[in-house]
Design a protein around this ligand. Structure first.
Ligand code: ADP
Length: 402
């Protein structure tokens, strides 16, 4: 039987899962259990042509994994009968020293608990996911794969905040970067698509999903990225502000009497495209813009302006780009965002083929004009596959080509 990996992505009220074969890349099943701890959950699973949904209450993360196992069984997949190589856990923050995919043991869990203050919104649910995952599947190796890993050797000039050096060192404040699994996977796929050596390429990768981040990559190694100590820095996102003047925080604290927690919640959950335009889904945002909604228009314009600023910055960091790649929900599916992000950049060798950009398509594709010096690509990200392959590599059961 071909070996498979179960990939878990545990959030505060949801668990996303996918069962896939690292060798072939084939996905056997994927799904999500949402609204954990609420009155009724929303659980769904797709396996081939089978699609299942449930709405029974799911009390906690352990119950979410039981729901997952029972949905898989209903689709004819018994985890106990699988040749399960590993359970791969997405962990957002690896802190200053966890860079490699790491088999989970008690010591690693302790280290992750120590790091929790660095990523208070993201790491605690991942730790919980690992704890309940180990209880549910005690005989399978569990591996933690870190979102920060790819950016661990950012050049010091890009990783360092210009703040008091002693304070930064004591509290391990630096730019860590996130979505690393996606940026690495997509930049490698871009080289494969172009049939050019990864080592020869200057790349900009734009991961535009609900969370959004940009990276500048030379020869397969990142030289800058837009997210920082936390995933709040950088681009405007679905619900996060991205870059702001830190003075706003002090001002709100002193003048509006908002507590730090309230401000953090506002910047994470009620800002970005939703905060400005009242909507997080770009499909709806476009409809609202078409019907004359000024707030939606402004949200879109602010989003695009910030994106263009980062593209410009990274063109300067790189001295020009050989390839710019769009990925994730917005990047893969929204031709208007791609067009508006890159319009008028012909002087930098960047020119889209309007028809290729607008044509509905899935899969890796080129959307730049014939002969334009910078290749512009759309490449679907696949963080689960990248995590599954990282597990196979670290456990020595996979392809062995890294
Ligand atoms: P996450 O960061 O949660 O993984 P995704 O990468 O799945 O997010 O991106 C989700 C977002 O992608 C949605 O909120 C929506 O704005 C956008 N999106 C998905 N499909 C489309 C589409 N067809 N057109 C425009 N935007 C889309």
């Amino acid at each position: 039987m071909t070996q498979s990996v179960l990939v878990l992505n545990s959030g505060s009220s949801s668990v996303k899962f996918q069962l896939l074969e690292p060798d072939s890349g084939r996905s056997l099943a994927e799904g999500i259990v949402e609204r954990i701890g609420e009155g009724s959950s929303a659980a769904a699973l797709t396996a081939g042509t089978t699609h299942l949904e449930r709405n029974d209450p799911v009390a906690d993360h352990a119950a979410a994994l039981r729901t997952m196992a029972s949905l898989l069984e209903e689709a004819g997949i018994r985890l106990a009968d699988q040749d399960l190589l590993a359970v791969g856990h997405r962990v957002v923050h690896g802190g200053p020293d966890l860079h490699r995919p790491t088999p989970v043991d008690d010591a690693l869990l302790d280290r992750l608990r120590e790091l929790a203050p660095l990523a208070p919104l993201h790491n605690p649910p991942a730790i919980l996911g690992i704890e309940v995952g180990r209880e549910a599947l005690p005989d399978v190796p569990h591996v933690a794969v870190f979102d920060t890993a790819f950016f661990s050797d950012l050049p010091a000039s890009a990783a360092t905040y210009a703040i008091d050096r002693d304070v930064a060192e004591r509290y391990r404040i630096r730019r860590y970067g996130f979505h690393g699994t996606s940026h690495q996977y997509v930049s490698e796929q871009a080289a494969v698509f172009l049939d050019r050596p990864l080592t020869s390429l200057r790349q900009i990768v734009l991961h535009l999903g609900n969370g959004a981040s940009a990276s500048a990559i030379v020869g397969g190694r990142p030289v800058d990225t837009s997210m920082g100590l936390t995933p709040m820095e950088g681009l405007v996102m679905g619900t996060r502000s991205g870059d702001i003047d830190p003075g706003i925080i002090f001002y709100l604290n002193r003048t509006a009497g908002m507590e730090v927690g309230d401000i953090e919640s506002m910047l994470n959950r009620r800002s970005g495209v939703r905060g400005l335009g009242g909507e997080v889904d770009f499909r709806v945002l476009h409809q609202r813009i078409e019907s004359g909604d000024e707030a939606a228009r402004l949200a879109y314009d602010v989003y695009i302006h910030r994106l263009r600023k980062y593209i410009g910055a990274y063109l300067a960091v790189l001295g020009g780009a050989d390839v710019i790649t769009f990925t994730a929900g917005v990047g893969e599916n929204d031709p208007a965002v791609r067009r508006d992000a890159l319009s008028g950049l012909g002087v930098f060798g960047i020119e889209l083929d309007e028809h290729l950009n607008e044509s509905p398509a899935s899969g890796a594709r080129r959307i730049s004009a014939e002969g334009a010096p910078t290749a512009v690509l759309v490449i679907p990200t696949d963080e689960e596959l990248a995590i599954a392959r990282a597990c196979a590599d670290v456990l020595g059961g996979g392809r062995g080509d890294g």
